[in-house]
Write a protein that binds this ligand. Structure first.
Ligand SMILES: C[S@@+](CC[C@H](N)C(=O)[O-])C[C@H]1O[C@@H](n2cnc3c(N)ncnc32)[C@H](O)[C@@H]1O
Length: 328
């Protein structure tokens, strides 16, 4: 009986969230929408309060186990560094973090691995916040730049790293080409992204199409690639040594969606901090979080990992170069 009151209250809140969601529709328009959305989400501070300095999903282990939400997010960066074999690279390795958010991963890569990191994002407010959060002595710098027209010369970085920026890219081939272009020969590309099922193999059905439409429009996404499709685009840049390696981390990251919603309940101080308008804004995101959970839980969406090495003239990878440096 006692349980009915909190359950009823939560259902009531969900109904309000759905109502706000329905009466304030969103639509992706251009990359300007992306920059404006992130500027706004950064300035009001709500996303940072609940999601911390990482605007990406957490890694809960394999099989997934219960974890603190923010710990799962920083664990994700270390898991990705391990999977991408960045943990074997020497200090001072130069990294470009494409779509760096407010610099959560960049700072970990600089602090814990000793890398020299440059983070770029399309949002000026994110650059400002990333700089504020980066204390002196941490080798991470940030600038506004468009991933589809990077301002760096060819062959600039030892590693190009990107987390969950791909769904915002209107031209996925260009996104792949630009990342490979600025990578040094022998360098490593490591990407983590939200993807949809490859609809060339199994087209989206009657309920998947409208759900996918919502996932795109709600958070400024022009389209999701599939793991297979994006891996082909990387391969088609023509500068990959061997094959693109992929992995599916859907299960490892899946608890993030319910955990995101739980943050709103477990940390009611957000209500005091951001007031009624902040509360309404947060409540508005709950239906999208539930749709994301549905999509990733049902196989409509998949969490993809991508790793590629840029070929160099001698056909050596950066790891081979590093091993040679260590032996010398
Ligand atoms: C989901 S957030 C991920 C942020 C960060 N990688 C992290 O994990 O905390 C997506 C990021 O991609 C950036 N982004 C989207 N489109 C971009 C573009 N065309 N050029 C550069 N950054 C872009 C956004 O500004 C945002 O920082």
């Amino acid at each position: 009986m006692d349980l009915y009151y909190p359950l009823g209250f939560l259902l009531g809140l969900l109904t309000v969230g759905i109502a706000i969601y329905l009466i304030t529709p969103r639509r992706y328009q251009s990359s300007e929408t992306v920059a404006n959305s992130y500027d706004e989400w950064t300035q009001d501070g709500i996303l940072e309060f609940y999601w911390g300095e990482h605007i990406h999903l957490g890694h809960y282990g394999s099989p997934p186990r219960k974890k603190d939400f923010l710990t799962a997010k920083s664990d994700f960066v270390h898991e990705m560094a391990k999977w991408g074999e960045l943990d074997q690279l020497p200090r001072g390795t130069t990294i470009l973090d494409v779509g760096c958010g407010i610099g959560g991963s960049s700072r970990i890569l600089a602090k814990d691995y000793g890398f020299d990191v440059t983070g770029v994002t399309i949002s000026p407010q994110q650059v400002k916040r990333a700089q504020e959060l980066t204390s002196e002595g941490i080798d991470a710098k940030f600038k506004v730049d468009d991933a589809l027209a990077l301002s760096f010369p060819n062959n600039s970085f030892d590693v190009v790293w990107s987390i969950e920026a791909g769904p915002h890219m209107v031209d996925k081939a260009k996104y792949a080409q630009e990342m490979m272009r600025v990578l040094k020969p022998g360098g490593l590309l490591v990407v983590a992204d939200w993807n949809q099922r490859d609809d060339r193999q199994k087209p989206l059905n009657f309920w998947e199409k409208p759900v996918m439409r919502q996932l795109l429009d709600q958070w400024s996404h022009p389209a999701f690639s599939s793991i297979e499709g994006f891996s082909e685009l990387i391969q088609e840049t023509g500068v990959v040594e061997g094959e693109v390696i992929t992995a599916d981390w859907t299960q490892e990251t899946l608890p993030s969606w319910f955990d995101s919603i739980w943050q709103g309940i477990a940390r009611p101080q957000g209500l005091i901090r951001f007031g009624l308008s902040g509360f309404i804004k947060s409540l508005r995101e709950v239906p999208t979080l539930l749709l994301m959970r549905l999509a990733f839980g049902s196989g409509l969406c998949r969490f993809g990992m991508f790793r590629a090495v840029k070929a160099n003239s001698k056909g050596q990878s950066m790891q081979t170069n590093t091993e040679e440096m260590v032996q010398a």
